[in-house]
Design a protein around this ligand. Structure first.
Ligand code: NAD
Length: 358
């Protein structure tokens, strides 16, 4: 059938590469960039996404078009659909799975807690079930989050630090994902690598994130709310540019060892790894607004408020020495340079789509 042809065409690798990757969440921000990068270097890539309505679906459709032009097909479906996943593995023998599908965002959990359980826990388990039964078993790289460090007050965050105080349901489900990954590695010999992303930003980004919504509101002359601590301290984030994160993802994929399988001789020797992918340079949110003012040539109408207890943490800061050592990960884009690229994209994208609001 036509569907299967498109799947296998998209997943076909160039002769130079032995890699075929299933990218879940491919219509999402990070998934779209990772898929493009893999395709560009000659890997076989197939996307999977349920195009949920957490944020503007038009943006996801636009990313899908971008990928289609590059030769990457996205299957529309849910990671909870076992039959669909098995069918995809039948059509394309994936060597790797890059698992980026998730219910992201910290505050939305107050409105829809079930979506976090559905995608970040049940969906992840379902995907791992299919991976462990696949032949050959793929190596898995999945997105965790800096939010697992929670109310930890020790900075910079290193992978050995405690992660037992999540500040949000989102963080709790991401932390649960790490535990689930560990169990599947231990029992079934799956090779699994978790990546803790730190506030990723850039072109084709997520409209629910502050840099994006500030840009939108500042251009419309609307007031923006900037949070600070109850002691007047700044809220700061280790903003990490998308191209840097993509390099980290590819580094994780390329250094992933083959899964050994539960029946294999080397039982228990499959890889289980976890890495911070941050920028090592936290910036106060007020400074983010200063940079946006300069780039957009607009004065922001700021309302400064004490941060409510809504799941956000005061600051994030990555120690990336482990990712540097093992994945050769080294971010090179500072916040102003990255935001300049984001703003350029934003102005192009939303003027081309004629008054369509973000
Ligand atoms: P995103 O929301 O843009 O992308 C996620 C994609 O997954 C979306 O397109 C969504 O439609 C899809 N999806 C969600 N649930 C699904 C399901 N059940 N089945 C199939 N598809 C589903 O988010 P993003 O910023 O690209 O994040 C990618 C990953 O990185 C996520 O796991 C997220 O938790 C993690 N992360 C992102 C950041 C960041 O700053 N962007 C920071 C830390 C962690």
């Amino acid at each position: 059938p036509d569907w299967e042809k498109r799947v296998s065409k998209s997943a076909r690798k160039s002769s130079s590469s032995g890699i075929t990757v299933l990218v879940t969440g491919a219509a999402g921000f990070v998934g779209c960039h990772v898929s493009l990068a893999l395709k560009r270097r000659g890997d076989g890539v197939l996307g999977l996404d349920n195009f949920n309505r957490y944020y503007d679906v038009n943006l996801k459709r636009a990313r899908q078009k971008l990928l289609a032009r590059a030769g990457v097909f996205i299957v529309e479906g849910d990671i909870n659909d076992s039959a669909l996943l098995r069918k995809l593995f039948d059509v394309a023998p994936f060597t790797h799975v890059m698992h980026l599908a998730a219910q992201a965002g910290v505050r939305y959990a107050m409105q829809n807690p079930g979506s976090y359980v559905h995608s970040n826990i049940a969906g992840f388990v379902n995907l791992l079930q299919v991976c462990k039964s696949a032949n050959p078993q793929p190596a898995i790289v999945y997105a965790s989050s800096s939010s697992v460090y929670g109310l930890n007050s020790k900075v910079p965050f290193s992978e050995k630090d405690r992660t037992d105080q999540p500040a949000s349901l989102y963080a709790a489900t991401k932390k649960a994902g790490e535990g689930i990954a560990h169990a599947y590695n231990h029992i079934y010999g799956l090779s699994i690598t978790g990546l803790r992303f730190f506030t990723v930003y850039g072109p084709w980004g997520r409209p629910d994130m502050a840099y994006f919504s500030f840009t939108k509101d500042m251009l419309k002359g609307k007031q923006i709310t900037v949070f600070e601590g109850s002691d007047g301290g700044s809220v700061a984030r280790d903003f990490t540019y998308i191209d840097d994160v993509v390099k980290g993802c590819l580094g994780a994929l390329d250094t992933a060892k083959k899964s050994t399988g539960s029946g294999g001789k080397k039982k228990g020797s499959a890889q289980y790894r976890i890495y911070n992918l941050g920028n090592t340079s936290p910036v106060p949110v007020s400074e983010l607004v200063d940079i946006l003012e300069k780039l957009l040539k607009v004065k922001a109408k700021r309302k400064v408020m004490v941060m409510p207890r809504n799941g956000d943490v005061m600051f994030t800061h990555a120690n990336i020495s482990r990712a540097h050592r093992d994945l050769n990960y080294m971010p090179t884009t500072d916040l102003e340079a990255g935001l300049r690229k984001f703003v350029k994209w934003y102005l192009d994208f939303y003027s081309v789509s004629k008054n369509k609001s973000a």
